[in-house]
Design a protein around this ligand. Structure first.
Ligand SMILES: NC(=O)c1ccc[n+]([C@@H]2O[C@H](COP(=O)([O-])OP(=O)(O)OC[C@H]3O[C@@H](n4cnc5c(N)ncnc54)[C@H](O)[C@@H]3O)[C@@H](O)[C@H]2O)c1
Length: 342
């Protein structure tokens, strides 16, 4: 028999709409309630979605029909909200990045573990068709020994984007282009290439009035000996496809916006295949493809049902954050940063 799980959403801004759409796509999920510090938007969101608007977090967490909580508040509040939800026994879907400091990430992972709830940190692009295929090729050894990677997010956000909410573009609540926009492909790079051991980086603020960087460049060396570059910008008009390119001794695969656009492997009969890149938030923050969020929520529900780890764990979210923070530290100090025990 299909068990339907009730979801609650905390924070009813831009990304909450994608969570609501993703929940609506799943036969075993139902949006029960939302809450936000702004009562008006929460009420409008609830009315549009046919669910309840609770006056505050405590009221949402008190509902027994809310079994899973999606944390869709500003990044620097993720752990604060999610720890309370974990203590209330709710399973957790936490938006990326896991939070903006490793201490906060550790508090969150610890609270989920102590409460025995399942925690997934959103990295929806792991569920994009091109990434699923690339990971399978890597696991099968089709690329040979890894040599070189490129993770590139050249996007465009106008100053109005940063001015649209006080938390955007701040160190305390958001982080810069790499922490917010680039972190997706940082996670994908680590997923595909394994743990990094050191990072050298330069970050700068080129085209916005913000305290954080709008442009980050890094060189990464992995435990395997392979190397990679990471590039993230919100100053690249008009915005380009997000791109991950992995080269091994047996060839190269290029993914753009979740689709494989080029594949040249020594074992292929026809060495080059191309397709169009997918939907993109290159210039529009709200243009997030809902199918991959839905796949990650479905994975969480399966993890709850079967007791397995979710595909993207709290530790995965922490690992991506550790790379972002190492990039920031390297840029700040002008030194190479080792990642060993972070
Ligand atoms: N996975 C993706 O592709 C993706 C895309 C966009 C945003 N995000 C992430 O989602 C999070 C939210 O981003 P957004 O663009 O939706 O922001 P937003 O500003 O549009 O929405 C955030 C909402 O949280 C509310 N809020 C703030 N503090 C709160 C609190 N203490 N309790 C309850 N509600 C509170 C705000 O009033 C606002 O409505 C960020 O962490 C961001 O990195 C992820």
């Amino acid at each position: 028999m299909l068990v339907t799980r009730g979801f609650g959403i905390v924070g009813t801004g831009v990304i909450a709409a994608i969570h609501a759409d993703a929940i609506a796509m799943l036969p075993d999920a139902r949006l029960v309630a939302v809450t936000d510090v702004e009562a008006g938007p929460a009420a409008a969101f609830a009315a549009a979605r046919g669910c309840s608007a609770e006056p505050d977090l405590a009221a949402l967490l008190a509902r027994r029909d809310v079994e899973v909580v999606c944390v869709c508040v500003p990044s620097g509040l993720h752990a604060q909200i999610a720890v309370q939800a974990a203590k209330a026994g709710k399973h957790l879907v936490v938006e990326k990045p896991i939070d903006v400091s490793l201490d906060a990430a550790d508090r969150l992972i610890g609270a989920a573990g102590a409460a025995g709830v399942v925690l997934t940190v959103i990295s929806q692009h792991r569920f994009d068709p091109g990434l699923v295929e690339l990971k399978r090729l890597l696991d099968d050894g089709a690329l040979g020994r890894l040599v070189l990677g490129e993770a590139s997010t050249k996007w465009y956000r106008a100053q109005a984007y940063y001015d649209s909410a006080a938390w955007r573009g701040t160190y305390a609540m958001d982080g810069g282009s790499l922490m917010n926009q680039g972190v997706h492909y940082v996670d994908l790079l680590r997923w595909c290439m394994g743990p990094p051991v050191e990072v050298t980086a330069v970050c700068s603020t080129q085209a916005h009035q913000i305290e954080v960087e709008d442009t980050a460049l890094a060189i990464v060396r992995f435990a395997s000996g392979a190397v990679a570059t990471i590039l993230s910008s919100t100053a690249a008009f008009p915005g380009f496809p997000q791109r991950l390119e992995i080269t091994g001794t047996q060839g190269t695969v290029t993914v753009e916006d979740g689709r494989i656009v080029r594949r040249a492997l020594t074992a292929d009969a026809s060495p080059v295949a191309t397709s169009q890149a997918g939907r993109s938030a290159a210039a529009d923050p709200a243009a997030v493809d809902v199918a991959s969020h839905a796949a990650q929520l479905a994975d969480l529900l399966d993890a709850v049902d079967t007791g397995r780890e979710p595909a993207v764990s709290g530790q995965d979210g922490r690992d991506a954050l550790a790379i972002v923070l190492a990039v920031y530290e390297s840029s700040r100090t002008g030194r190479r940063v080792t990642l060993g025990d972070r």
